[in-house]
Design a protein around this ligand. Structure first.
Ligand code: PEP
Ligand code: MG
Length: 313
């Protein structure tokens, strides 16, 4: 990226003791960037590139992509923008990447698995991102969705580096990669936890299915303990661990996630103000105590109640 020339002021997130917790935006189209900036987002923690192409029958061209990425990056001069590679499959099928005939698409060829099976599409996306990076002054980070293994992590980060993309990481959305987070982080520059899918796969409950919706609760201590695995691995390796699932938008759960080791939180821009206020009311020691109370509970409701009680002390 070119040198930054300055951008509209962000409103940094911080705990009561001054510990910085970057507050970032989840975006699905470049046109939403202005709203995120106006709400004080420090950058973008998750840009869902597949949203641009949900109705496309054919893979987008490099030029189409480059234009969209430049439009996204331009308002964030000097700030971090995490772009996720096409996350195709299950709840976000792309006609040009997915086989419509899988019986269990959430367990199928989706995310990085699908990209790897169509590596030319992955390479074109990296080419477009590298070109957009060279044309703008944002701090571009790239990440792969639905990464399950250490080998997949090494594959993606090596490929991103081939294209000169300096900061490459993975989403942790599968228990396998959360449990091996220290090994994953040996190959990645950062991890970003997708709590929507991490909850789905931990609880074995389809996130789209109303009949099992009660299982889809990121307050569940099983999910929180997996987040702690990743947070601990981040602390040990000195690498950033972000959260980009909907859980980060819950003001009290945001405090818990920070207590479990998250170093940044990304959310729908409308949630930024409430989360910023909530973080400012607790020190890091408080957040760790509140998180421990939640992670020691039996179920999601008890975890929420335990965190609420601990936050009053
Ligand atoms: C997630 O799974 O938490 C996530 C952020 O990705 P998506 O919701 O787009 O699957
Ligand atoms: Mg996901």
């Amino acid at each position: 990226a070119r040198a930054a020339a300055g951008a509209a002021p962000a409103t940094p997130g911080a705990l009561a003791d001054g510990t910085a917790i970057a507050l970032l935006a989840n975006l699905g189209k470049p046109g939403d960037a202005a709203d995120a900036v106006a709400r004080g987002a420090e950058g973008v923690g998750l840009f869902r590139t597949e949203f641009l192409f949900l109705s496309s029958a054919q893979a987008p061209t490099i030029q189409q992509q480059r234009e969209a990425y430049i439009e996204l990056l331009r308002p964030f001069e000097g700030r971090k923008v995490v772009v996720r590679m096409l996350d195709a499959g299950a709840d976000k099928p792309l006609a040009f990447l997915n086989d419509a005939h899988e019986e269990n698409p959430a367990l199928g060829l989706r995310g990085l698995r699908a990209l790897r099976a169509s590596e030319d599409i992955l390479r074109e996306q990296l080419t477009a991102l590298a070109e957009a990076d060279a044309a703008t002054a944002a701090d571009l980070w790239v990440m792969a969705p639905m990464v399950t293994t250490v080998e997949e992590t090494a594959y993606f980060t090596a490929l991103a580096r081939e294209y000169g993309l300096k900061t490459a990481g993975v989403m942790v959305e599968v228990p396998a990669s959360a449990l091996l987070a220290d090994r994953v982080l040996a190959h990645a520059d950062f991890a970003s936890i997708g709590t929507n899918d991490l909850t789905q796969y931990t609880m074995a409950a389809d996130r789209l299915l109303g009949s099992v919706a009660s299982f889809q609760d990121p307050w569940h201590p099983a999910v929180l303990r997996l987040v702690r695995e990743v947070g601990d691995a981040g602390a040990r390796t000195g690498k950033p661990v972000g959260i980009c699932g909907e859980a980060a938008a819950d003001p009290l759960l945001a405090v818990v996630l920070v207590g479990l080791g998250a170093t940044s939180l990304s959310m729908a821009p409308a949630a930024l103000a409430d989360v910023r206020r909530s973080l400012s009311q607790h020190s890091l020691d408080d957040a760790r105590r509140i998180a421990a109370a939640a992670a020691d509970a039996d179920d999601a409701a008890a975890a929420r109640a335990a965190a609420q009680a601990a936050a009053q002390i």
